[in-house]
Design a protein around this ligand. Structure first.
Ligand SMILES: Nc1ncnc2c1ncn2[C@@H]1O[C@H](COP(=O)(O)OP(=O)(O)OP(=O)(O)O)[C@@H](O)[C@H]1O
Ligand SMILES: [Zn+2]
Length: 485
C-alpha cells in the first residue's frame, strides 16, 4: 500500500508484538481502515533525556508505519502535568509539586517550560505532531466521573485517598506477568492498603497542607492518580477499546497493569482497553538505564551543542530494533552521523527531480522488502539497509529513484531528500570561529595552492588548526573541514 508501489507483490500483513500475549499478532483494527494509538507522554517536571525521546521515536515510527500501510491514523500523546509520583508505586511526592517547591516556582510555569522543551525535542527529532496532545489537568472533571463510576465496586477509601482494589478485577498484573505478590518487595506499603499492589486513584491533600494543584472531589480536595489519567484520556479521545497503547518497557510493570485494571472495572468486562500493548526497550549507558533521577543526563540539546545533527540520534535509534536495549555512546552517535551523511550524499542526485511511478523491478523489489521489514514488527535495522540499497542503485530512472526514496523516508523520518551535506557538519556551540571565517580562510588557501604558494597554504592550515578547525583534504565523505570537540 506504499504510495509508490505499482508493480509489486501484495503488501505484507502488518504484524506487531503484543506485550499482553508476548506474541507477534496481525494488526486488526477496531474500526476498519483506521488506527488509533495512545502513547504515554512525558511528565513535565524536568527536561526529557534522550532515553525518554527513544520512546517517542518508537511511537512515531509506529504511527508512520500505520500511515504507510494505508490506515487513517489518530495518535494521542498525553502531557502529564499532575499525579506522577516520585515512586511509580504509591509512595513519594508528586514530581511536579516537588520540582515547584524546590525551585520556589509556580507549578504551572514549570509545566509550561518543560512541555515546550519536550516539544522542541519532538521537532528536532522529526517526530510527527499527533492528532492530540492531551494535557492531564484538562481532564480532571472526567477523571472524577470515571472514579465515581468504579468507586463502589472496586475502590476503598483511606485517609490518604481513594484506592483501587486490584483483586476486584480478573487477572490483575497479567501484562507484567507478576504472580500476585511478587511485586510486594518493590511497592512501598501505605497504611491500610488491602493488597500491596493496590494503588491510589485519588490522593487527598493531607490536612493542613495546601498543594498548588488540587481539585474538589467526593473524596476530598486532592489530585488524581497518574494511572487514572491515561485510562480517562485514551477513552475520551480514542474510544473504548482502541487499537494500540505504547510506552517504555518500565510501564509494563506498574503503570499499564493499573490502567488495564481500571479499564476492566469501568467497562465491566475483561477488556484491557487496547488491542495491542507495545513497549520500547531502554536506552542505556555504561552505568545502566538513563534516568532523570540519576542526576546528570543527556538531552537532545546537548547533542546539538556538541555539533551533532539531531537526526543522527534518530538514525541511531532506528539502527536497533525497538524491543532491544540500545547503548548510547558518542562513538556510536558519530557513526550514525556518518551513516546519515552517506545516505544524504547518495540521495543528493535525485533531490531536485520530479517523482515518477515506480516500475523498475529493482526498485519495486526493494520497496516490497521494505514493506515486509516494517510490517515485521517494525524491523527498522533491515529497513535502513534497504533505503541505502535504493539510494546506491546506479543507472536507474531518477524520478523513480526519488519516488522510492521518498516513500521509504516517509516511514523512517530521516529527511534524506531535504538535508544537505553541510547541514550535517559537526558544529559545536563552543567553536571560537564562524563558518564564514572558515570558508573564507579555505578559499584563500585554495588560491595559495593554485599559485603553488605552499608556505602560505600551510600557514593557513596551521592558523585554522590553532582555531580548532581541522582541514580534511581529500576526505572521501567530503566533510572538507571539521571543528574539534
Ligand atoms: N532510558 C530510557 N529509554 C527508553 N525509554 C525510556 C527511558 N526512560 C524512560 N523512558 C520512557 O520515556 C517515557 C517518558 O517518561 P517520563 O517523562 O515519565 O519519564 P520519567 O519516568 O520521569 O523518567 P526517568 O525514568 O528518566 O526518571 C516513558 O514512556 C518511559 O517509559
Ligand atoms: Zn500513561
Amino acid at each position: 500500500m506504499g504510495a509508490a508501489m505499482t508493480e509489486t507483490p501484495p503488501p505484507a500483513p502488518l504484524r506487531l508484538f503484543n506485550s499482553l500475549t508476548r506474541q507477534l499478532e496481525d494488526f486488526e483494527p477496531v474500526h476498519a481502515g483506521e488506527a488509533r494509538v495512545y502513547s504515554c507522554g512525558p511528565t513535565v517536571y524536568n527536561y526529557p533525556h534522550i532515553g525518554n525521546m527513544r520512546a517517542y521515536v518508537f511511537a512515531d515510527t509506529l504511527g508512520r508505519t500505520l500511515s504507510f500501510k494505508g490506515y487513517k491514523l489518530t495518535h494521542v500523546i498525553n502531557i502529564t502535568d499532575v499525579g506522577h509520583l516520585t515512586d511509580d508505586a504509591d509512595a513519594g511526592e508528586d514530581k511536579l509539586e516537588k520540582a515547584a517547591a524546590e525551585r520556589a516556582q509556580s507549578i504551572w510555569d514549570i509545566a509550561r517550560h518543560y512541555t515546550e522543551a519536550y516539544w522542541a525535542d519532538v521537532k528536532a527529532l522529526n517526530i510527527r505532531q499527533p492528532a492530540h496532545w492531551s494535557i492531564a489537568t484538562d481532564y480532571v472533571p472526567a477523571m472524577i466521573e470515571f472514579a465515581k463510576a468504579i468507586a463502589d465496586k472496586h475502590c476503598y477509601e483511606l485517609e490518604s485517598g481513594l484506592y483501587f482494589d486490584t483483586t476486584s478485577v480478573a487477572g490483575y498484573g497479567r501484562l507484567a506477568r507478576h504472580s500476585t505478590d511478587e511485586g510486594e518487595s518493590r511497592i512501598d506499603p501505605v497504611d491500610g492498603k488491602r493488597h500491596p499492589a493496590d494503588f491510589a486513584i485519588w490522593r487527598k491533600t493531607p490536612a493542613g497542607e495546601k498543594r498548588q494543584m488540587e481539585w474538589d472531589s467526593p473524596w476530598g480536595r486532592g489530585a488524581p492518580g497518574w494511572h487514572l489519567e491515561c485510562s480517562v484520556m485514551s477513552e475520551a479521545l480514542l474510544g473504548f477499546p482502541f487499537d494500540i497503547h505504547t510506552g517504555g518497557i518500565d510501564h509494563r510493570e506498574i503503570h499499564h497493569p493499573n490502567e488495564i485494571a481500571q479499564n476492566q472495572a469501568h467497562s465491566c468486562s475483561n477488556d484491557s482497553g487496547a488491542r495491542l500493548w507495545m513497549h520500547n526497550n531502554f536506552l542505556v549507558d555504561r552505568s545502566g538505564k538513563m534516568s532523570k533521577s540519576s542526576g546528570e543526563f543527556l538531552r537532545v540539546q546537548l547533542l546539538i551543542d556538541k555539533g551533532y545533527h539531531p537526526l543522527a540520534y534518530r538514525l541511531m535509534c532506528l539502527q536497533a530494533h525497538y524491543r532491544s536495549e540500545l547503548e548510547f555512546s558518542w562513538e556510536g552517535l558519530g557513526a550514525a552521523l556518518t551513516r546519515l551523511k552517506r545516505l544524504v550524499m547518495a540521495a543528493a542526485s535525485v533531490r531536485e527531480v520530479e517523482r515518477a511511478p515506480v516500475t523498475d523491478r529493482r526498485l519495486s523489489g526493494l520497496l516490497a522488502r521494505f514493506d515486509a521489514a516494517m510490517s515485521d514488527d517494525l524491523n527498522t535495522p533491515v529497513a535502513l539497509t534497504l533505503i541505502e540499497d535504493a539510494a546506491a542503485l546506479k543507472k536507474i530512472d531518477a524520478g523513480q529513484k526519488r519516488a522510492a526514496l521518498e516513500a521509504m523516508d516517509k516511514v523512517l523520518g530521516l529527511e534524506v531528500l531535504a538535508l544537505s551535506r553541510a547541514d550535517l557538519r559537526i558544529r559545536p556551540k563552543v567553536a571560537a570561529v564562524t563558518e564564514v571565517e572558515i570558508e573564507a580562510a579555505l578559499t584563500r588557501r585554495k588560491e595559495a595552492r593554485a599559485a603553488k604558494d605552499f608556505a602560505a597554504s600551510d600557514a593557513l592550515r596551521d592558523e585554522l588548526l590553532a582555531a580548532g578547525v581541522e582541514v580534511m583534504d581529500g576526505d572521501p565523505l567530503g566533510w572538507d573541514w571539521r571543528l574539534e570537540n
